[in-house]
Design a protein around this ligand. Structure first.
Ligand code: I6G
Length: 673
């Protein structure tokens, strides 16, 4: 057996070495990337399983070119320019006006509009259709030769395909690390205690500037074209947009977001659309680029300093900004979890002003090496909660250690931190005012008892004024007690008392959810209600009983048992029931009404609004039997479109025939009850 493993490994190595030669040196791959990846994966698996056969010269250990001592310099034949910027609709209009004035052209201009990827600009030189050199932008005049590294990027063709490829063609574009790949890479790196990157751009830059291209080869990079440099002996369209489409046809990657727009208004509409789409894109972008589409007009417009006059970037709100960490507060949640919250010098980031950010737990503070007074980088991507992504090297002399409290900042109970759990907790339960407030807010929330008008501020005032201590106290509140609260006039107070009274009519799952038992969310509450049917049965349930319920594991079961054992919780539940909270009785599945029990249906022909299987299930759920053939025992035949012999037989036998709409009405009539 060992012999055959050794042979397998040896064969795989030979094959991969041949493919490496074909791909990286001869630029003539004979298999797909996917097949290559499979072979390499198989080799790595075998070497991992049989380490006795692993060797340092195995192709699993090396993929790209030789390890360099440094990057050689590349002088760009045509400089790699940078772009001017506009920051508002007004500045965009001015940019377009300026161009029209220079061109003495009052007509509406066409613009090619592209996303501005947040990566690294590079130049790819194709000679006779073959990738011969790749260089970074550098200072625009001189860059670095990164050919070996770039050749490991999977979506960059080594050979262009198709016709009319210019003799020399320089393609320019951006190398990025796609967001999902970046997160996966970082997760893996953190797990292995290896270096992680602060954002996808740094990851792309760090990966491309490796002297050992074998390392670059393991990084998930991608390239997208945005323009051209040298074009020798080739005939290209007179439109930038068409040129990009031509690059795509030759096999070069292009983002899906390139469009043609008319005038400043069209450009601004594209900006708004792309900004909205930004959170769904697979790569990070920091803006949009508008380019005069007509190449002749581009030539007429020329350049100013080191930027083209015919193009500009419209920046999106930054997703990362620097600010100062002023302090750290410790918040106590509903279940006692203590969350450190960063108090920040307010900063405008990702379109909003941020002054607080969750620090999650003590481990996160440690991971970030955070101190009060540090300059920190805040990231707020789209609608995501703002986060501190890193602290800059400590430039403030007065920075202070963050001391995690040992006692609850609200009730002074000693904080517990269970080994292996990141979360620290106040064990005070409802003795702790913070947990009381959160428990009442949760009780009143929309998905639980849904008490309209009982928001956070009202609950906090009620607890602080010692008018309520637990959810059951809500039902003893009076209008007179509410009126003195902030922003609470008589009308609002009356409405709130009404809402509290109305919530008494609820359902068992909602009531269960409202109790706020740890780890019991909506789905679990529903499963518990369906299984135990009554509160009494649930209260008495043991861990073993609870484990029989869908979705309930050891930890949840233990939380439920512990909850019902607490004397305080028993008292609150009794008080809640005494206040008149009630819900309709839940019937056991077998007791549930089965209005079609004893009736046999046959389905025939094509149904339009639901497929046959769905119809069958819906009928069966109401107790009906669904048979495949029509007989004297059949009660109903449901005839869809193009029904054939079964329909004829039903007619012969005088069986009731329903069309699809009649069947749906029948099903719905039971739902309504
Ligand atoms: O740096 C750049 C990023 C993206 C560009 C660019 C671009 O188009 C989407 N286009 C040009 C013309 C230049 N730099 C000079």
């Amino acid at each position: 057996m060992n012999q055959s493993i050794a042979q397998k490994i040896s064969l795989l190595r030979q094959q991969i070495q041949t493919h490496n030669l074909n791909y990286y040196t001869l630029d003539a791959p004979t298999i797909t990337d996917a097949e290559y990846d499979r072979q390499l994966k198989r080799l790595r698996e075998l070497e991992e399983k049989y380490p006795e056969y692993a060797t340092p010269d195995s192709p699993s250990q090396s993929i790209g070119g030789p390890v360099l001592e440094n990057f050689s310099k590349v002088a760009h034949e045509l400089p790699m320019l940078s772009l001017g910027n506009v920051y508002s609709e007004e500045e965009l209009a001015e940019f377009v006006e300026r161009i029209q004035k220079q061109l003495k052209n009052a007509q509406t201009l066409s613009f090619c509009v592209e996303p501005k990827l947040d990566g690294l600009a590079i130049s790819l030189l194709y000679e006779q259709g073959k990738l011969t050199r790749a260089a970074t932008r550098g200072d625009g005049a001189i860059g670095e030769d990164v050919t070996y590294n770039v050749k490991t990027i999977k979506n960059i063709p080594h050979i262009l395909k198709g016709d009319n490829i210019p003799e020399r063609l320089e393609v320019r574009g951006e190398v990025v690390m796609p967001i999902a790949a970046f997160h996966a890479f970082n997760q893996h790196a953190i797990a292995k205690e290896a270096k992680s990157f602060v954002n996808p751009r740094n990851a792309a830059a760090g990966s491309l500037r490796q002297l050992d291209s074998n390392i670059t080869a393991q990084r998930p990079l991608a390239f997208y074209s945005y323009g051209l440099g040298i074009i020798k002996n080739g005939c290209l369209a007179n439109s930038h947009y068409q040129r990009l489409q031509q690059l795509k046809a030759w096999g070069l990657p292009l983002t899906t977001e390139v469009t043609l727009e008319t005038g400043a208004q069209g450009c601004f509409e594209a900006y708004t659309r792309l900004l909205q789409k930004r959170p769904t894109l697979p790569y990070e972008i920091d803006g949009i680029v508008y380019k005069v589409d007509d190449i002749e007009l581009q030539e007429q417009l020329g350049f100013i300093a080191r930027s083209p006059r015919w193009a500009t970037a419209h920046k999106f709100p930054a997703q990362e900004e620097q600010t100062r960490l002023l302090d750290v507060e410790f918040q106590v949640g509903r279940t006692g979890a203590i969350t450190p919250v960063a108090i920040l010098q307010p900063v405008f980031v990702g379109g909003v002003t941020v002054s607080r950010a969750s620090l999650h737990n003590a481990d996160e503070i440690k991971r970030l090496h955070l101190k009060i007074g540090n300059t920190v980088v805040i990231r707020r991507a789209a609608d995501v909660i703002p986060q501190i992504v890193r602290a800059l090297p400590d430039t403030h002399q007065n920075s202070k250690e963050i001391i995690f409290p040992t006692t609850c900042p609200i009730c002074a109970s000693e904080i517990e931190r269970i080994e292996d759990e990141a979360i620290a907790r106040c064990p005070g339960g409802l003795y702790c005012a913070a947990q009381r407030k959160e428990a009442i807010k949760y009780f009143a929330s929309r998905k639980a008892m849904n008490i309209d008008g009982l928001g956070e501020k009202v609950v906090e005032q009620l607890v602080d004024a010692q008018l309520i201590d637990n959810p059951a106290d809500l039902f003893n509140l009076t209008v007179a007690q509410l009126i003195p609260l902030e922003r609470m006039a008589e009308k609002k107070a009356n409405k709130l008392i009404d809402a509290i009274s109305q919530c008494k009519n609820t359902t068992f799952p909602k009531f269960l959810l409202a109790l706020g038992i740890r780890e019991v969310g909506e789905a679990t509450a529903k499963n518990l209600a369906d299984y135990f049917l009554t509160l009494e049965a649930l209260r008495k349930a043991s861990v073993e009983d609870l484990l029989k319920v869908d979705d309930v594991g050891d930890i949840v079961a233990q939380h439920i048992v512990t909850f019902f054992r607490q004397k305080h919780n028993q008292e609150v539940i009794s008080a809640l029931l005494a206040s008149g909270i009630h819900w309709p009785e839940i019937k056991a599945k077998e007791q549930q009404i089965q209005p079609l029990a004893g009736k046999t249906f046959v389905l025939t022909g094509t149904l339009i609004q639901m497929d046959r299987n769905q119809a069958k299930q819906a009928l069966q759920a109401l107790g009906a039997k669904v048979s495949g053939s029509v007989s004297k025992k059949t009660d109903y035949v449901v005839a869809g479109e193009a029904a054939g012999s079964k329909l004829s037989k039903a007619q012969e036998l005088g069986i009731t025939i329903l069309d699809e709409v009649e069947m749906l009405n029948l099903l719905n009539s039971f739902k309504a009850n």
